[in-house]
Design a binder for this molecule. Structure first.
Ligand code: COA
Length: 323
């Protein structure tokens, strides 16, 4: 039987850290509101680096940690909703930047659940024997989609990239997974909209492609769906809560995680949080957290972790993983 295992992690965030106070210079907000409503203290905004640039830097960090030759990478999947172009894919740009000329490369669009969706696809390719390894990256430059006149959204998001290298193994890595989508509620969180207008018929293009969100609807969705997803993972894997080293949730809002913690009676200490430093970097939050924990020595081989995300689509996904 072939399984897939996470062997190495890596990350990259742009260098410009923007505090809540910095945001007050361009939008009517304040540090206290942002901290208490979201838990965010700062985020990073790119100044010139696009999504493929930061994705490639994160990918290089992953490969360097494992001393892996880019030419030996079979598959590159980038989860993103903020790619440089509609085509080429961000993954193809990353492939070129890394010199991973033998890899197949494509993107996955599932917003904040994207990294889990991408890992799931990589896992299936590896388990089926089609590819032996995969570089899976979550990368976003969301700042280019933020409307800095909309205080309800622009204070919540940030830019960043991170990823993992997965390889075929004869011992299980992903012990259980649960994913789902509810397209009927998709308009609660949109980004990059383009109307079907064109020059031939003389209509002008819709320029409002900003990220737009019904915050309450997303909050409600996340606090209902994520506990269900965690329960399913516990049930499917048969792993008791005590055996899980950490739950690594998508970092969108500390209050969402507090509700999940209360509903499932999982103490907050079991959740790894770094939202205060990065804000919501969508598909990158989970791998950024995972990489940070690896670098701090908080995770060892054979540890069991649970990752879980939710977001645009609307989508959700989770995995029980043995490292
Ligand atoms: N600074 C100061 N005041 C702000 C503000 C800001 N950045 N953004 C909104 N406000 C104000 C509103 O204008 C409103 O004022 P009013 O009562 O005078 O009209 C007040 O704060 C309350 O706004 P509301 O939108 O009801 O706040 P909320 O408690 O629902 O919190 C979110 C808003 C967005 C933080 C919350 O809904 C949320 O976290 N949702 C989930 C979002 C998310 O995680 N999305 C990503 C999913 S992947």
């Amino acid at each position: 039987m072939i399984y897939s295992k996470i062997l190495f992690t890596g990350a990259y965030v742009p260098e410009n850290s923007i505090s809540n106070d910095d945001l007050t210079t361009i939008v009517d907000t304040n540090d206290e509101w942002i901290r208490t409503r979201s838990g965010i203290e700062q985020r990073y905004f790119s100044k010139g680096e696009n999504t493929s640039d930061i994705a490639a830097k994160a990918g290089l960090d992953v490969l360097n940690k494992g001393n892996i030759n880019p030419k030996d990478v079979d598959l590159i999947i980038v989860a993103t909703v903020s790619g440089d172009y509609t085509t080429p894919s961000t993954a193809c740009l990353v492939q070129a930047a890394l010199g991973a000329e033998n890899a197949v490369a494509f993107d996955i669009s599932a917003a904040c659940s994207g990294f889990i969706f991408a890992m799931s696809v990589a896992d299936k390719y590896i388990r089926s024997g089609v590819y032996r390894n995969a570089l899976v990256i979550g990368a976003e430059v969301l700042s280019k989609y933020l409307d800095f006149t909309d205080r309800g959204t622009c204070v919540l998001f940030g830019d960043g990239a991170a990823g993992v290298y997965m390889e075929a193994s004869d011992t299980p890595g992903i012990l259980a997974e649960d994913m789902g989508s509810d397209g009927s509620r998709g308009l609660a969180l949109t980004c990059g909209h383009r109307k079907a207008e064109n020059g031939f018929f003389g209509t002008k293009r819709d320029e409002n492609s900003f990220l737009q969100m019904d915050g309450r609807a997303v909050f409600d969705f996340a606090t209902r769906q994520t506990p269900k997803c965690i329960r399913i993972l516990l049930e499917k894997s048969g792993i008791p809560l005590e055996k899980i080293r950490y739950v690594i949730p998508h970092q969108a809002n500390i209050r969402i995680v507090e509700v999940i913690s209360r509903k499932l009676k999982i103490p907050m200490e079991k959740f790894y949080m770094n939202l205060h430093q990065y804000g919501n970097t969508s598909s990158a939050t989970i791998p950024i957290a995972l990489n940070e924990m690896m670098e701090k020595g908080m995770l060892q081989k054979d540890d069991i972790i649970l990752i879980v995300g939710f977001g645009g689509g609307l989508t959700w996904g989770g995995m029980m993983i043995q490292l």
